[in-house]
Write a protein that binds this ligand. Structure first.
Ligand code: SAM
Length: 482
């Protein structure tokens, strides 16, 4: 039996199975303990003092009690608190991104993923650099500035040299006023040396989903290939940090294992990163398993309802208040709308999950990774966000200004975020409106910018932002940032 130790570098010690079981027992025993629940909600509430906003967050044990609670009024209070925390640190900005699938060649046997090596009827594709250029032009023509690149694990077809070459190609494409300013990377767990190479290539966040924190299930769900190694996969973020990547993105694939187990494991992973590296995860993603070629999600019997899914999002928001939260087009418009309110700060739009999908007229299904529920265009998503009162942000400033890791976190805590992220969101939205939006979206967007400029607290910043907006609109200038 491995002893629980958040500071350990051994997977089985910082994600201790016994500690999770004990946490779940404690949560079950206390799920109707209203006094404790009230105390936890109070503890997690934002404190506004001397221009600073701070939040203490909750431990995995504490947050698990909230997740276990089934008292409707308390759940309502959780949603309200999650909303308040989100507003305090992320305001009404929603960052936009799109995935770019480079290659679906894969040597692993993940039983939930259509890329698994034994799937002989999926069309295998790997983009050439010329094809990447075309995909990137298509993405730039929609208005995207931030991508998450995705690839299967295959040391022969998709070695690190290929990934690095792709990143270079992506950053090198400048079509009309377009450019990709931040490339996040979602590829299989690798070595410190390769993480260092990714860092040097100028990546934003390194994203790796744990899939499940339950070791035994993990090994069954990944029966073959390098991904079978639970410890190597679970310890990947420590190697990424050692390689100099200080923005890492966690996630589990909900539906594979019991959600309460995954939730505790996810928060323990965040606590571990904080304990060892002094900085928690930059983002947490909440993918749910979807239908795909050769994959029937109903065979995984841990699927969760929309209500539970929403509760998980709210509880993550409360537990790790400074961490960005991402939801993809795996989810429908209705689910995404609720999720935005209670914690999500980043969404994808107009995604194609097939290799080479952006240059195809019709949404191709032959090499898709999963079915996309939200199939709207980026213009439709942007317009919808504004109707809901959110500012769609194409900002990529933080990592370009060196605000990564704990520097980003301290900006988040300092109360200065409103003088920085808010004008950046407005300026990048203005670029989007000028270069890519429909007339209707433009009209809505410019009205929103006018109104939201007034919400920049510092007078001097407000003046500069106004000048930049004029420069973007009237003088063809681009890429301003605070
Ligand atoms: N191959 C890389 C790895 O091993 O981590 C990551 C890239 S993979 C394209 C991105 C993620 O898609 C996986 O980590 C998994 O969580 C998710 N995924 C796989 N199959 C899925 C399915 N059927 N439905 C929803 N998401 C899925």
């Amino acid at each position: 039996m491995a002893l629980y130790n958040p500071k350990s570098l051994k997977a089985e010690e910082f994600i201790s199975h016994e500690e999770i079981l004990d946490t779940l027992r404690y949560a079950e025993e206390n799920k109707n303990n209203v006094a404790l629940i009230d105390q936890l909600l109070e503890k997690a509430r934002p404190v506004y003092k001397d221009g600073q906003t701070t939040c203490s967050g909750l431990t995995h044990r504490e947050a698990s009690v909230l997740l276990a609670c089934e008292i409707p009024e308390k759940i309502e209070e959780m949603y309200k608190l999650a909303e308040e925390i989100k507003q305090a640190f992320y305001g009404n900005r929603i960052v936009m991104f799109a995935p770019l699938y480079l290659s679906n060649y894969c040597v692993n046997g993940c039983v939930y993923c259509p890329y698994h090596a034994k799937n002989k009827h999926i069309a295998r594709k790997k983009l050439t650099q010329e094809e990447i250029r075309k995909e990137v032009i298509a993405l730039q023509d929609m208005g995207h500035k931030r991508l998450a690149i995705e690839a299967g694990e295959d040391p022969v077809n998709n070695p690190i040299e290929y990934i690095l070459e792709c990143i270079k190609t992506i950053y090198g494409v400048h079509h009309k006023n377009g450019d990709i300013r931040r490339v996040n990377v979602n590829i299989a767990a690798t070595t410190v040396e390769e993480y260092r190479m990714l860092k040097e290539a100028g990546i934003g966040t390194y994203i790796l989903f744990q899939e499940t924190y339950h070791k035994e299930s993990y090994e069954q769900l990944h029966p073959t290939g390098p991904k079978h190694n639970y410890a190597y996969h679970t310890e990947a973020m420590d190697r990424a940090m050692e390689g100099g990547i200080d923005d890492v993105g966690l996630g589990v694939l909900f539906g594979l294992e019991l959600y309460k187990y995954e939730f505790a494991g996810l928060l323990m992973h965040a606590e571990h990163l904080e304990a060892v590296h002094g900085v928690g995860p930059h983002t947490i993603s909440v993918p749910r398993i979807k239908r795909a070629d050769d994959i029937d999600p109903t065979v995984f019997d841990n699927g969760i309802s929309d209500e539970i899914f929403e509760k998980i999002i709210a509880c993550i928001r409360i537990a790790v208040p400074y961490t960005g939260m991402i939801i993809s087009t795996r989810e429908s418009e209705a689910v995404r709308e609720k999720a935005l309110n209670i914690g999500i700060s980043q969404i994808s739009g107009a995604s194609r999950t097939s290799v080479g999908g952006y240059t195809e007229e019709e949404r191709p299904h032959d090499s898709e990774q999963f079915d996309v529920s939200d199939q709207r265009t980026l213009d439709e998503v942007v317009s919808w966000l504004m109707d809901l009162g959110y500012i769609p942000s194409f900002c990529t400033a933080c990592y370009r200004e060196g605000r990564t890791g704990d520097r980003f976190m301290s900006l988040c805590k300092s109360g200065q975020i409103q003088n920085c992220c808010h004008p950046n969101a407005l300026m990048t939205l203005c670029e989007y409106l000028m270069d890519y939006a429909s007339e209707e979206t433009k009209e809505k967007g410019f009205a929103m910018i006018e109104k939201e400029l007034e919400n920049i607290p510092r007078e001097r910043t407000k003046e500069i932002a106004k000048e930049h907006i004029i420069d973007i609109k009237n003088n063809g200038k681009r890429d301003f940032r605070f």
